[in-house]
Design a protein around this ligand. Structure first.
Ligand code: NAD
Length: 502
């Protein structure tokens, strides 16, 4: 069985190694690994290492930092398949999907390769006679990232490449459900030349997270996960005086207008609803069908669901959808389907009881579709995070918009329409952070920033892109006067008035 350790000072270690957790292969149900869980003392060891490393890493020139980032990018590229296989083996998603995740993570590393221009300050000469004011951006120190199970390679890469390129040292606490990809990615960074302590990985659960939140030497926390934990992270981290960005859960709606191309919309709903078995924070979980659209769209979605190939993520046969991450999570999603039926939604496709021959103990659940979902139902209100799509029927565009804007989550949304005016009004008026116009999963590219509104993000900055650089650096404004040749060391005498700009 695989032993999954911490990564401190570019070395694998168990530190105290008092507690461990099981890691599963979702396609077989077998335990594939044992992950060590950090204690508070272990977290402190990681923080002290990162604190010491910061003293020299902040002085490493941008040219040298960039050279390491380029080498890292190259190593990640060479190890794409290996990383994706680790993701698939512990998360359950199919290999092509895992490769897509790794690719989107690498794009953030590519963005961080441009840190020399991203960290540029600015200068205003002659703000007063012989006086210049300029701003520079400096790193914060030791910063930490806490990440969810659903993108074990990509979400950590939303954080540490930018943080480290800015001159910080970083502690990653990956999900205890699928820690292998994060560990390999950290090892590759060391191979690229990253000095010891600049990126440490502590494995663990709430105990490790809470130790990071309370640690006086951790300056900032990036969190991605569910909304209740995001709220806890934000409240506790900010109360301890830290800079915090905490990205939470989602309930992403996709409006389909009567003027939309229904085949395109059905393809998009199925791709965005069932990709990664719905375990994506940008998955579409609610289709809002306007007018009589649902009468045509529901059969079109059903026909596509029937063709989906569900099976092991690392199967030799091409698969569309894999298993869910754990049996506990699969059972929770099944519970939601039971509740949806009990509360009166129409179950059009039922994924319960689905198995794969030869892999009967895998954490399977087939694609599930509900029609006639209403906004008071549990399956509408809660984030299900599984392959369960619900169709809500709306009379018109205004009602559809109101449904989305009344929802407490605001991560992603999409509209399918052929009317530019409707699309333009939607992108202006919808209270959601990431909007797709005929695009079902509008995850911004690495040089824009990612983040939701409302209960999908707590804190002022979105993640990666320009807002990531802003989050991981702080501004310093300098006002300087140098003696000139003609006014060598000249003093204007004592003046107790507030400084002006003559
Ligand atoms: P989770 O909130 O259970 O766990 C996230 C992290 O928090 C993990 O590292 C976990 O160890 C830690 N954690 C769990 N319970 C904790 C506690 N009580 N105290 C302190 N730390 C704790 O989330 P998950 O199940 O791993 O991931 C799925 C969730 O993440 C979904 O809600 C999904 O929408 C969300 N997510 C959001 C985004 C986004 O960008 N907004 C992206 C990916 C996933």
């Amino acid at each position: 069985m695989k032993q999954l350790n911490h990564w401190i000072d570019n070395t694998r270690t168990d530190l105290t190694g008092e507690r461990t957790g099981d890691v599963f292969n979702p396609a077989t149900g077998d335990i594939s690994g044992s992950v060590v869980m950090a204690t508070g003392a272990d977290v402190d060891t990681a923080v002290q290492s990162a604190k010491q490393a910061f003293e020299s890493w902040r002085d490493v020139s941008l040219t040298k930092r960039t050279a390491i980032m380029f080498r890292y990018r190259q190593l990640l590229d060479e190890n794409r398949v290996e990383l994706a296989r680790l993701v698939s083996a512990e998360h359950g998603k199919v290999l092509d999907d895992a490769l897509g995740e790794v690719g989107r993570g690498i794009e953030v590393v590519e963005y961080a390769c441009g840190i020399s221009t991203l960290l540029k300050g600015d200068i205003t000469p002659d703000v007063a006679t012989g006086v210049d004011t300029y701003s520079i951006r400096q790193p914060l120190g030791v910063v930490a990232g806490i990440t969810p199970f659903n993108f074990p390679a990509m979400v950590p890469m939303w954080m540490y490449p930018v943080a480290i390129a800015c001159g910080n040292t970083f502690i990653l606490k990956p999900s205890e459900k699928d820690p292998s990809a994060g560990l390999l990615a950290a090892e590759l960074f060391a191979e690229a030349g990253l000095p010891p302590g600049v990126l440490n990985v502590v494995q663990g659960d709430a105990e490790a997270v809470n130790a990071l939140l309370e640690h006086p030497d951790v300056q900032a926390i990036s969190f991605v996960g569910s909304t209740p934990i995001a709220k806890h992270i934000y409240r506790t981290g900010t109360a301890a005086g830290k800079r915090v960005q905490a990205l939470g859960g989602a309930k992403n709606h996709m409006i389909v207008m009567p003027d939309a191309d229904l085949d395109t919309a059905a393809d998009a709903a199925v791709s965005a609803g069932y990709g990664s078995a719905g375990e994506r924070c940008m998955a579409i979980s609610v289709v809002v069908a306007v007018g009589d659209v649902a009468d045509h769209l529901v059969p079109a979605i059903t026909a596509r669901i029937e063709k989906l190939r569900v099976g092991p993520g690392l199967s030799d046969e091409p698969m569309d959808m894999g298993a869910l991450v754990t049996d506990v999570h699969r059972d929770k999603v099944v519970g939601y389907i039971d509740t949806g039926v009990a509360e009166g939604a129409t179950l059009v496709a039922d994924g319960r009881g689905f198995t794969v021959a030869g892999h009967e103990n895998g954490f399977w659940l087939g694609p599930t579709l509900f029609d006639h979902v209403t906004t008071d139902m549990t399956i509408y209100r809660d984030e299900i995070f599984g392959p369960v799509l619900g169709v809500v029927r709306a009379d018109d565009y205004d009602q559809a918009l109101d449904i989305i804007n009344s929802n407490p989550y605001g991560n992603g949304t999409a509209i399918f329409t052929s009317n530019g005016g409707t699309a333009r009004a939607f992108q202006r008026d919808v209270t959601v952070g990431m909007v797709g116009i005929n695009v079902p999963i509008p995850v911004p590219v690495a040089f824009h920033s990612f983040g939701g509104w409302k209960d999908s993000l707590f804190g002022g900055n979105h993640i990666y892109g320009p807002e990531g650089v802003k989050f991981y650096s702080r501004n310093k404004a300098i006002t300087s006067r140098w003696p000139t040749v003609s006014h060598a060391a000249g003093s204007e005498g004592v003046n107790l008035n507030f400084p002006g700009h003559d």
